[in-house]
Design a protein around this ligand. Structure first.
Ligand code: HEC
Length: 238
């Protein structure tokens, strides 16, 4: 980040803090809290981003309202922009009438920007998008899921007759996850990888099929897909 940005950001934050403190002093009943629960009597709808750490408080809409398309697009665009700042907890407020956006980063007082394009200038991370810690957590968690899948694939526990996947698919040979969805004659319809995993569990292995959201199913899928890393996706290919 360029030095002058740092300076401007610092100055903005300090100024806002001073204004915030002054406001809180003058009007103690005014609700300037960052807590989304305390958004006062106003009609608001709180939309949470996919990481659970960013929220957009849409003023002038009630929880459960269907937003007009233009508003919904703006909220989606805002959430996607905020997602670039992956470590941070960010609360954004979209006032009902003004065109501005108010943002609070990691519990700091709100700062106001005029439009979404200005946000990156406020919260620059010095070009470091993902932290080392984040990368380690992601690698460890992904590895754990894949290892669970490896264990299930190399073990007869998914079936009832002592046969395991690897006896017929050593190192995931001929599983072709990159070709799904595709039509499979045994099932007489287009299916996903998980449907063929269940087919093999129920047929050669005489086991009981797994629910689609069973963690074991997810793990086996994760292992098979990871073993085919780099393959070009060719849905429908035979
Ligand atoms: C007795 C041998 C055998 C066992 C055990 C077996 N499979 Fe299969 N599997 C096959 C055969 C043969 C096919 C090819 C069927 C076809 O495409 O018509 C197949 C197909 C598949 C496919 C689809 C492949 C493609 O080309 O689209 C997947 C995925 C798969 N098996 C996963 C598994 C998993 C996971 C297990 C363990 C839970 C397992 N299989 C156990 C023999 C086996």
């Amino acid at each position: 980040m360029k030095m002058w940005y740092k300076f401007v950001l610092c100055a903005c934050l300090c100024l806002t803090t001073v204004m915030y403190a002054a406001k809180a002093e003058n009007t103690p009943s005014d609700n300037t809290s960052n807590d989304t629960q305390l958004s006062g009597e106003k009609a608001v709808q709180v939309v949470t981003a996919c990481d659970g750490r960013k929220k957009v408080i849409v003023e002038g809409c009630n929880e459960g309202d269907v937003m007009p398309e233009q508003k919904a697009r703006k909220v989606a665009e805002l959430l996607m922009t905020l997602m670039e700042f992956c470590e941070d907890e960010i609360i954004a407020r979209l006032p009902k009438t003004e065109m501005s956006i108010q943002l609070s980063l990691n519990g700091m007082p709100y700062v106001t920007v005029r439009d979404i394009a200005e946000i990156p200038l406020l919260f620059v991370h010095g070009g470091k998008v993902h932290t080392e810690r984040e990368k380690k957590v992601w690698a460890a968690e992904t590895g754990r899921m894949i290892n669970e899948g490896y264990a299930l694939f190399h073990n007869p526990s998914l079936g009832k007759n002592g046969i395991s996947c690897d006896m017929c698919h050593p190192d995931t040979a001929n599983t072709h996850p990159e070709t799904y969805p595709k039509y499979q004659t045994q099932l007489n319809k287009a299916v996903l990888l998980r449907d063929m995993i269940n087919w093999c569990i129920e047929n050669p292995m005489e086991g009981e099929k797994l629910a689609e959201d069973d963690p074991k199913m997810k793990a086996v899928e994760a292992y098979i897909i990871s073993a085919r890393a780099g393959k070009i996706l060719e849905p429908g290919k035979h």
